[in-house]
Design a protein around this ligand. Structure first.
Ligand SMILES: NC(=O)C1=CN([C@@H]2O[C@H](COP(=O)(O)OP(=O)(O)OC[C@H]3O[C@@H](n4cnc5c(N)ncnc54)[C@H](OP(=O)(O)O)[C@@H]3O)[C@@H](O)[C@H]2O)C=CC1
Ligand SMILES: CCCCCCCCCCCCCCCC(=O)[C@@H](N)CO
Length: 304
């Protein structure tokens, strides 16, 4: 047994994943970063090492595509455990987003996003579960999104991949709870990261306007909450007041981690549904206004 934490973070070389790794490193953990680009990994390793709290701490980098070859993913994760000891927390943060109107998105967008965001979380989780079960301890985090709690204009390729994580998390939690393994699903809002900047370049106007409903968060803040909820073993991890409302509203048949959480859901669900319907009404009117604007500018283009 090791006396320090041992998290593996996929997508640990950028954005939310990098901040999750820093947060754990500051708490004395030995970190494994998993992503594809080696240069980005090495650069991040250096950045993380600045936060060391003791001189034994290690940051290990693994360059692998988490969505491609399961056998390979399994092998490299096992090798990392041989070097650093058994993993006690896996944070599935590798993911990407493509926005656009359904008919404008190429078929490979749907295929790629499902591969990276969904299978890219299934593979590493499947690789670490046997050791966690043997040791009767562990934490697995799935980074979903607010777009994994409700479907919004522009997210027809992305949202389903984030909804899928929720289904996986619920089913898996029921299997592994007796082994003292706890699953956390995080639903962050828009967060200021390189991935978000990239997504914003091609985002439809409707999606931008709708997303402005909740403000853009800092990756450090999102990461702090994710790590805290994972350590506490909370199934639901949300941020901010709209995150709170969405989590209550979409709690469905998901497990609760405390009696207070269950009570809050029972008391607030109805009232949040009313609030939610007002939001949906305003989103519909954004979509309609944008459509009218477009049609107007198209007809003036034609007459010119
Ligand atoms: N930023 C936001 O607004 C929000 C993000 N999220 C989710 O949070 C997660 C992180 O997002 P964010 O920090 O913005 O993303 P970034 O694009 O900043 O970072 C993504 C990370 O994932 C890695 N990655 C991407 N594809 C693969 C792959 N196939 N195999 C291995 N590693 C991969 C990247 O490294 P490399 O490219 O080198 O492989 C990088 O380290 C994603 O799942 C995203 O959907 C959820 C809600 C909001
Ligand atoms: C009572 C109910 C309140 C409802 C409030 C709803 C607010 C919805 C705003 C959703 C913004 C979408 C975030 C997607 C982030 C993401 O995953 C991408 N940025 C990834 O790059």
């Amino acid at each position: 047994m090791t006396d320090h934490g041992q998290p593996q973070v996929t997508g640990g070389s950028s954005g939310i994943g990098k901040c999750v790794a820093i947060e754990c490193y500051k708490q004395g953990a030995f970190i494994t970063l998993i992503a594809r680009n080696e240069n980005k990994l090495l650069q991040t390793k250096k950045e993380i090492e600045k936060y060391s709290v003791n001189d034994k701490q290690v940051v290990l980098c693994i360059s692998v595509d988490v969505s491609k070859d399961y056998g390979h993913v399994e092998n490299v994760l096992k090798q990392a455990q041989e070097k650093l000891g058994p993993v006690d927390m896996l944070v599935n943060c590798a993911g990407t987003s493509i926005t656009g109107k359904f008919e404008d998105l190429e078929m490979n967008c749907f295929e790629n996003l499902m591969a990276v965001n969904y299978l890219g979380s299934v593979y590493p989780s499947h690789a670490v579960i046997p050791t966690m079960k043997e040791r009767r301890m562990g934490r697995i985090v799935f980074v979903s999104s607010q777009a994994g709690q409700l479907g919004l204009f522009g997210y027809t390729a992305y949202s389903p991949t984030k909804f899928a994580l929720r289904g996986l998390a619920e089913a898996l939690q029921m299997e592994v709870k007796p082994y003292n393994i706890y699953i956390t699903v995080a639903y962050p809002p828009d967060t200021d990261t390189p991935g978000f900047a990239e997504e914003s370049k091609t985002k439809p106007l409707e999606t931008k306007l709708i997303s402005e409903t909740s403000s853009v968060c800092q990756a450090e803040q999102v990461a702090r909450i994710i790590v805290k909820d994972a350590i506490q073993g909370n199934f639901n991890s949300y941020i901010g007041s709209d995150g709170y409302m969405l989590s209550i509203l979409t709690s469905g048949m998901s497990p609760v981690t405390s009696i207070t959480e269950g009570l809050q859901q029972m008391v607030c669900m109805g009232i949040f549904r009313i609030v939610g319907l007002f939001y949906l009404g305003s989103f519909d009117s954004i979509v309609r206004r944008c459509m009218i604007q477009r049609e107007k500018s198209e007809s003036t283009d034609k007459t010119e």
